[in-house]
Design a protein around this ligand. Structure first.
Ligand SMILES: *Cc1c(COP(=O)(O)O)cnc(C)c1O
Length: 567
């Protein structure tokens, strides 16, 4: 594979920086929603022929491979992969100083090619070079691995190294888009680069052209809790990072006590957004004084539609993949064909589940899917709040499929998986439950297309957007979810799916969410599925025509262009 960078440097670009970018299932450069969103962003940018270059780190040892014993106890194995199978190493090098050592950075070129022709480069940064000290070669090995020092080193490589390598390769950059705060150190590099050339200044700080940098930067925040934002103590920063601009100036921009990556990005971007309307509001509350917009996430329609549904859309809605607005005409698809396409995906999933777990699931039982990062706020076990009630409602009428990895240091996330295993055993004669290991993009597509209902039970307002539910809608699978993130915008009760818990304008009531979950299952979802296929098919149609129609990354990217990039 010979690909050259020269075809990509002919016009000024928007540089999209993200710690993780998930473009394909077998390239483990992602851990979850953030990375897959980044991959979908680049795929839509390619389809729409936007002038974009993406920058991320290579993570040659991946995130991790999940092992689960019979009790659901997770262990993590390395997930090594060979970049040579997917991308081309570039010969250019730049360097940054880390702990006083010069660390060289190279890049691999991966090309995302749209079916319509346009190509977008992704640069995967790599410090595993013979010229580096052994401890520095590992900086780009593990995604979200290691401690705070390791994280800071990665963020130096991503933000500062990434900006330098774009320059070295000859890119002209007209906007820098920071997907989450991990890359915010790029603003310091830009401040240094655009330093004003004034001879005598009465205040030294006037040489830093903050306005210029703001006009170049766009920041998307993804985290609705302050604790989730990267913060580094200044003594660590000074030990690890060489001075790019004076530390006093950094403190003015990134906070007096810690280097707060979010604050740095907020202060140096003139367009800032959250990833759903509600998340925009929550972010405004967290960061008063900043103008924070909202562009609700979307998913890449072609990537997240299963084969049987693709065939159906090609037949009745030609052009849908590049113009998801065409889903508005979903009513043209005959009910029996929509059902058959769904059943094909469902059989495919159920066969897979039975092969992997010997659960003995069947094709005709109402199947609920729940797959996401196993972490406390997602409450994977909310469904098990009252086992008696669940078995009363669901015996013989429900089967449930789970998947999800817990971060290696997330003990409560790991316990969640064990709890699911425990209940799975307990209920096995009444409700079949399966847990599939190694949740990745490929498994995600199988799940979101093959279940009948996609369940989501986050503790609000902690789900900034959520995207797996959007994938489900692309396959005609309705959502049953707490009103948080994107679902507040996509939900019409009994029409596009169902809500769990109170409406978004009244305070959350976590204690009552489970009650509502059981109530809706018993009185709405189960009876409609088994006794009113006609209404069920209308809901499936609405998931496509009202949810997939809107919650796709083509719509999202058009909004980034008109609201964030062209300003
Ligand atoms: C889509 C996806 C996610 C993110 O889904 P959420 O609903 O935002 O939790 C995480 N992991 C994988 C493998 C995915 O495909």
């Amino acid at each position: 594979m010979t690909v050259s960078i020269s075809e990509f440097i002919k016009e000024p670009k928007i540089a999209y920086f993200s710690m993780e970018i998930g473009v394909r299932s077998d390239m483990p450069t992602y851990s979850g929603g953030l990375g897959i969103l980044a991959g979908d962003t680049i795929k839509s940018a390619a389809d729409l022929n936007l002038p974009v270059v993406a920058v991320t780190i290579l993570t040659k040892k991946g995130y991790f491979k999940q092992e689960l014993d019979i009790y659901g106890r997770q262990t993590e194995l390395p997930d090594e992969w060979d970049p040579n199978n997917f991308m081309t190493p570039l010969k250019e090098r730049v360097s940054v100083f880390i702990e006083g050592r010069e660390v060289y950075i190279g890049a691999w070129l991966y090309v995302v090619e749209s079916m319509r022709g346009p190509r977008i480069p992704i640069l995967f940064l790599d410090t595993d070079l013979p010229e580096n000290a052994p401890e520095d070669r590992g900086i780009t090995h593990h995604l979200y691995g290691g401690d705070q020092v390791y994280r800071l080193k990665q963020e130096i490589v991503l933000g500062i190294g990434g900006t330098r390598i774009l320059d070295e390769l000859g890119f002209e950059i007209k906007k820098y888009h920071m997907n989450e705060g991990h890359s915010a150190l790029l603003t310091l590099e830009l401040l240094k680069r655009y330093k004003k050339d004034i001879e005598e200044v009465w205040d030294e700080r006037l040489v830093w052209d903050v306005e210029k940098i703001r006009s170049l930067c766009v920041f998307t925040t993804h985290t609705p809790v302050a604790a989730g934002h990267d913060k580094f103590p200044y003594d660590l920063v000074q030990k690890t990072m060489c001075e790019i601009i004076p530390i006093d100036v950094v403190k003015d921009l990134a906070g007096r006590e810690h280097l707060n990556m979010t604050l740095l990005a907020l202060n140096l971007s003139n367009y800032i957004n959250g990833v759903a309307k509600k998340h925009g509001e929550v972010s405004k509350g967290m960061f008063p004084g900043y103008e924070i917009h909202a562009i609700t996430n979307g998913v890449h329609s072609f990537t997240w539609t299963c084969d049987s549904m693709k065939r159906l859309y090609d037949k009745y809605l030609p052009g849908w993949a590049n113009e998801p607005e065409i889903f508005v005409r979903v009513g043209r698809i005959p009910d029996d064909e929509l059902w058959e396409a769904h059943m094909e995906a469902k059989r495919h999933l159920i066969d897979h589940v039975n092969r992997e777990t010997q659960t003995g699931m069947n094709y005709d039982t109402l199947t609920i899917g729940f797959a996401r990062r196993a972490t406390a706020y997602k409450r994977a076990d909310l469904l098990f709040t009252d086992i008696e009630r669940l078995s009363y409602i669901g015996e013989g009428r429900l089967q449930i499929i789970y998947a999800g990895k817990a971060h290696p240091r997330d003990e409560s996330g790991k316990q969640l998986i064990q709890h699911i295993f425990e209940i799975k055993e307990k209920l096995k004669d009444k409700i079949k439950i399966a847990f599939l290991k190694n949740y990745n993009m490929e498994l995600a597509l199988k799940l979101v297309s093959g279940v009948d209902v996609w369940l989501n039970t986050p503790l609000r307002p902690l789900e900034a957007s959520g995207t797996s539910g959007m994938k489900a809608t692309h396959n005609g699978v309705p959502n049953f979810s707490v009103l948080d993130g994107w679902w507040i915008e996509g939900w019409i009760e009994g029409f596009t799916g169902w809500a769990i818990g109170p409406s978004p304008d009244v305070p959350a009531d976590p204690a009552r969410d489970a009650d509502d979950l059981y109530y809706k299952l018993e009185t709405a979802i189960i009876p409609t599925f088994y006794n009113d296929k006609h209404t069920w098919l209308r809901i499936m149609q609405n998931a496509i025509g009202k949810n997939a129609y809107y919650f796709n990354s083509h719509r999202m990217m058009r909004r980034y262009v008109t609201e964030a990039y062209i300003r």
